[in-house]
Design a protein around this ligand. Structure first.
Ligand SMILES: Nc1ncnc2c1ncn2[C@@H]1O[C@H](COP(=O)(O)OP(=O)(O)OP(=O)(O)O)[C@@H](O)[C@H]1O
Ligand SMILES: [Mg+2]
Length: 305
């Protein structure tokens, strides 16, 4: 098990990247890698986002220190860590909500300094927050277009293109395999997994290149979490770079290409899928020694013989 440095140009073993733009120059694929696998200089060029040694403090609290990670097209990067590990702080930096106090933030290989989430969105970096910023009493189609309503006509004749909006939503949901019976139904009547799925479809529709998901599966049961994981895979297969934040190694492992582990604001390393097993990931996440200690404390001991 070896951690990969976000800055190195190592070819992390794993599934080939799916996005067209992930492809390196022809004829430069490493042996054994998939046809569109980028490597070396090619991989560096294909990075949608990268942070290098970023840090953030709030007053006296060091929320994040010296953390590096990258996001590539057609890949899922999982950010794992316990409560207070710094996961949300990291994604707030990626999504333009916080400026880092130290380190570098690169978008498409060039330094970026966002002053708001709008700046990040304009560069195709969309964040789906756990509370989703959706209106439960409004219909699915209205929520889909919230803030970006399609219009017909000009001047005083300008009006909301209701039929067009509904058609687009139906088509988009269907194209991602999302089965919502009626786009007129209130958002609040959908299950948690369906709501997350609609938010993912919406980000894809509005041209996201990077999709950041803050704990989309944490409140969901096994089946619903599976539904959301499928749509994450769909977004990945369309070539988006996905950042998937979770507490749960069992959700992260099947879908992740790369795993960044955070512990009390510091990185425990960035691992490629071939570098770490599910068990190692779980043990790193939980602090293996702490878990063993806990198991020892909770055990009843051997019954007297
Ligand atoms: N705006 C803030 N002001 C002060 N401290 C903050 C702020 N945001 C985060 N912190 C602190 O930074 C640390 C990391 O918090 P963060 O929210 O990034 O953790 P997290 O990994 O997302 O945790 P959780 O799993 O509970 O969501 C915590 O100690 C938190 O109290
Ligand atoms: Mg958080």
């Amino acid at each position: 098990m070896t951690a990969t440095d976000g800055r190195s140009s190592d070819a992390v073993p794993g599934r080939p990247a799916r996005g067209e733009s992930a492809a390196g120059p022809p004829g430069q694929e490493p042996p054994g890698a998939g046809a569109s696998r980028a490597a070396g200089a090619g991989e560096a060029a294909a990075r949608l986002l990268e942070v290098r040694a970023v840090g953030k403090t709030f007053g006296g609290v060091i929320a994040l220190r010296d953390v590096s990670m990258r996001v590539c097209p057609g890949e899922v990067t999982c950010v794992l860590g316990d409560n207070g590990a710094g996961k949300s702080t990291l994604i707030k930096i990626l999504s333009g909500m916080h400026a880092p106090d130290s380190g570098e933030y690169l978008v498409d290989g060039a330094p970026a300094a966002f002053t708001s989430p709008r700046d990040a969105l304009d560069r195709g970096i969309a964040t789906v927050y756990q509370d989703l910023a959706m209106v439960p009493l409004m219909s699915v189609w209205r929520n889909f277009f919230l803030g970006s309503e399609p219009v017909l006509g000009r001047g005083p004749l300008r009006r909301f293109d209701v039929a067009g909006a509904k058609r687009v939503v139906r088509e988009k949901l269907r194209s991602m395999g999302i089965d919502i019976r009626d786009v007129d139904q209130p958002m609040g009547t959908l299950s948690g997994g369906e709501r997350q799925s609609v938010a993912i479809a919406r980000a894809v529709h509005f041209g996201a290149r990077v999709l950041i998901l803050d704990e989309p599966t944490s409140a969901l049961g096994v089946k619903q979490a599976g539904v959301v994981l499928r749509y994450i895979a769909q977004a990945r297969d369309r070539g988006l770079g996905v950042v998937f934040i979770t507490h749960n190694p069992h959700h992260a492992y099947p879908i992740g290409d790369r795993f960044l582990l955070l512990n009390r604001g510091a990185s425990l390393g960035e691992y490629g899928k071939g570098d770490v097993t599910r068990e190692e990931l779980t043990s790193l996440m939980a602090g293996g020694a702490e878990l063993e200690q806990l198991a020892h404390e909770l055990s009843r001991g051997e019954p007297p013989g």
